[in-house]
Write a protein that binds this ligand. Structure first.
Ligand SMILES: NC(=O)C1=CN([C@@H]2O[C@H](COP(=O)(O)OP(=O)(O)OC[C@H]3O[C@@H](n4cnc5c(N)ncnc54)[C@H](OP(=O)(O)O)[C@@H]3O)[C@@H](O)[C@H]2O)C=CC1
Ligand SMILES: CC(=O)[C@@H](O)[C@H](O)COP(=O)(O)O
Ligand SMILES: [Mn+2]
Length: 387
């Protein structure tokens, strides 16, 4: 039996993680859950999984949740401070940490889980984009494990030999990330200028939280994923490529020097990569539907359009420079997406905000997690000012 914490348990990934765990209660014990604002769901999850701790960001929500749990005679302890979030991630009784908070708010739990040698199931790509060098160094120093949950990175992880030493040693030529192209794959630029958030959140294949859905619509999601892959697989920029595959059946591929390509496929359901992150190198049932090849219409591929989707170009430029400015891109993107979701800025204001933040902050050196957290805040405040 292994103890697991699910950071972001009330979100899309959090709920899918609990769906998988529900199938394997003999193997995984939910030690703690965390939520931001969804008090009702956090309570329901505590009723079902009886965790030792539940963390909820808002102090008023924490007080209400405590009363509700008391009334229901559930013995879960409610926490809510940032310090307690870090302490939970580092808890000595915990072996597995699902990092599924959205945005750079996931940095603190990811970092503290790394520092205390946990098996980290990483959905929160933003923590690796913003703090790639800090997180990967901390993982290595403390014998932690960083297991991809993001569907593309799970696919790559599955297509690579287990425990390989380097991409070169096992004959990798190229890692090819697939991108659905999002809801605006075929939308002309003149229409994209006025594209509304309510259209942008409608991903064609995946059911996900709002922030990542907007990132998919701007193709920034693929940009963030290139940087995530760079850190996860120690890949050089020339070893990474992106191809549009609108059906989201092939989740990514690895091309080897003998021209073999190993692709991982499946129905678009995050329970599959979550199950593999939990159990790899072994496999457990995920509860996802199997792929029916006869029912598949076609698998198509095309090049991404960098003119209509400048966010991907911004990330590609960053990648070529070892992603040194990726913390700026990540923070500015988060602020711009937040404003776009509230209909306060337009579609192309997202890349414009990132570009302005890059002009202002590019070249700043970040040495540790504390500096990164401060830097992230400063960039956000600057973006709020200029938007
Ligand atoms: N959804 C997907 O299919 C995929 C997601 N990912 C990544 O996984 C992460 C989670 O995505 P997703 O589940 O879609 O997002 P959701 O928006 O559905 O869920 C986000 C979770 O984070 C919590 N949260 C939000 N803000 C804060 C904060 N400031 N402090 C603490 N907790 C917070 C939310 O709490 P509450 O609900 O209570 O407000 C919720 O539990 C993202 O990094 C995303 O990029 C990666 C691949 C696929
Ligand atoms: C499910 C998942 O991993 C998402 O990141 C998904 O890949 C988004 O799809 P696109 O960014 O390719 O549209
Ligand atoms: Mn993905």
């Amino acid at each position: 039996m292994q103890n697991i914490i699910i950071f972001g348990s009330t979100g899309s990934i959090g709920k899918s993680t609990l769906d998988v765990i529900r199938l394997h209660k003999d193997k995984y014990k939910v030690f703690a859950l965390s939520a931001n604002s969804n008090l009702e769901l956090a309570f329901t999850q505590c009723q079902e999984f009886s965790p030792t701790f539940v963390w909820i960001k808002n102090p008023e929500h924490a007080a209400t949740l405590k009363i509700k749990l008391n009334e229901a005679k559930i013995k879960t302890t409610v926490l809510h401070t940032e310090k307690q979030l870090a302490e939970l991630a580092a808890h000595p009784e915990v072996q597995i940490v699902m990092s599924a908070i959205v945005g750079s708010a996931g940095l603190i739990p990811t970092y503290h889980a790394a520092k205390t040698g946990k098996r980290i199931l990483l959905a929160n790509k933003e923590s690796l984009v913003a703090g790639g060098a800090i997180i990967t160094t901390t993982v290595r120093k403390n014998n932690a494990q960083l297991i991809p949950v993001d569907s593309e990175h799970s696919a790559i992880y599955q297509a690579l030999p287990y425990n390989y030493a380097s991409l070169k040693e096992v004959g990798v030529n190229k890692i090819i990330l697939t991108a659905s192209g999002g809801p605006f794959l075929n939308t002309p630029k003149e229409q994209l200028i006025n594209a509304m958030a309510k259209e942008a959140v409608k991903h064609p294949n995946w059911s996900m939280g709002q922030k990542i859905s907007i990132d998919s619509a701007t193709l920034m999601n693929k940009g963030l994923e290139l940087i995530e892959a760079q850190w996860l697989f120690s890949a050089a920029p020339q070893e990474l490529d992106v191809i549009i595959h609108p059906q989201s059946i092939i989740h990514s591929m690895v091309e080897y020097i003998d021209s073999s390509i190993i692709a991982q496929m499946g129905t678009p359901d995050m329970k599959t990569p979550i199950a593999y992150a939990l159990s790899s190198p072994k496999r457990i049932a995920s509860g996802s539907k199997n792929l029916n090849f006869v029912e598949l219409s076609e698998l198509t591929f095309q090049k991404p359009d960098l003119d209509r989707f400048p966010c991907l170009q911004i990330a590609l430029d960053s990648l070529k420079n070892n992603s040194k400015n990726a913390a700026i891109i990540n923070a500015a993107n988060e602020m711009a997406v937040e404003k776009y979701l509230k209909n306060q800025i337009k579609f192309y204001d997202i890349p414009k905000t990132i570009e302005k933040a890059l002009i202002k902050f590019d070249g700043e050196l970040i040495n540790d997690i504390d500096e990164l957290l401060v830097f992230d805040k400063i960039i956000r405040e600057y973006c709020l000012d200029i938007i």
